[in-house]
Ligand binder design. Structure first.
Ligand SMILES: *Cc1c(COP(=O)(O)O)cnc(C)c1O
Length: 225
């Protein structure tokens, strides 16, 4: 099936209020252009350098969609990331938020961010530890930062062959999300719960996800060459 058919099939399958982010790592500008032409509204990139190149290649077309940073953001890449991305989904500490703030202030751009939670406490994954008190503390700190606005929580969740095995982790992330949202903190606008990938998005949606990040199921298998 084509990118267009893949995307339309999933778009029709899930409720309208759920945002689909096309996870575009290792895809060519041509493939991403096809996705945009198929109606994709949001693109996720894992690497600043890759995003920069794609952004340039796409020219005006890049401006038709929102760009999400979904990979680990190194501090020394923040300056390059800020002009490209509309959302940084991978903020894991107040320190990182302050580093973003300093550079965002320079270009006078307020940047929405999501807090990445390492819900499975996996050593191989980044993100804040899944302890509610800690997460609340970090978000309270970030809420005082001028150019950074917390708008959601993002999680990868442990990979499992059977998506049912990820369900408890998604459920736990949703509980954290709801508790933070209920605090109604100033300068925090908790409107997005970003969880669910190609093999787990159905379970994620059942557990209250509002944004799914899909690569393989839209673009086909990745081949890293
Ligand atoms: C690659 C990636 C995805 C999409 O993965 P698929 O399994 O191809 O759907 C989603 N989120 C992040 C952070 C990714 O790196």
């Amino acid at each position: 099936m084509s990118i267009k058919e893949n995307y339309e099939k999933i778009r029709n399958e899930i409720p309208d209020h759920i945002t689909i982010v096309a996870a575009a790592k290792a895809r060519t500008a041509e493939e991403i252009e096809k996705a945009i032409d198929s109606g994709v509204t949001d693109i996720g990139e894992n690497y600043v350098r890759e995003a920069e190149k794609i952004f340039q290649d796409l020219g005006e077309k890049a401006k038709l969609v929102k760009w999400h940073m979904i990979g680990y953001l190194q501090t020394n890449k923040i300056n390059k990331a800020l002009p490209i991305f509309d959302v940084i989904q991978t903020v894991e500490s107040a320190e990182k938020a302050r580093a973003i703030n300093k550079r965002a202030a320079h270009i006078n751009k307020e940047i929405p961010v999501y807090i990445e939670v390492n819900i499975g406490s996996e050593l191989s994954k980044s993100g804040i530890k899944p302890e509610y008190k800690l997460i609340e503390k970090v978000i309270r700190e970030i809420s005082k930062i001028e150019y950074v606005r917390v708008e959601g929580i993002m999680t990868m969740g442990p990979f499992a062959g059977n998506p049912e095995d990820v369900r408890p982790y998604f459920r736990k992330t949703k509980e954290i999300f709801d508790k933070i949202k209920a605090l109604n903190l100033n300068n925090v606008n908790m409107n997005t719960l970003s969880m669910g990938m190609s093999n787990s998005y159905k379970v994620a949606v059942e557990e209250g996800s509002t944004m799914i990040r899909l690569g393989t199921i839209i673009f086909g298998e990745r081949n890293y060459t």
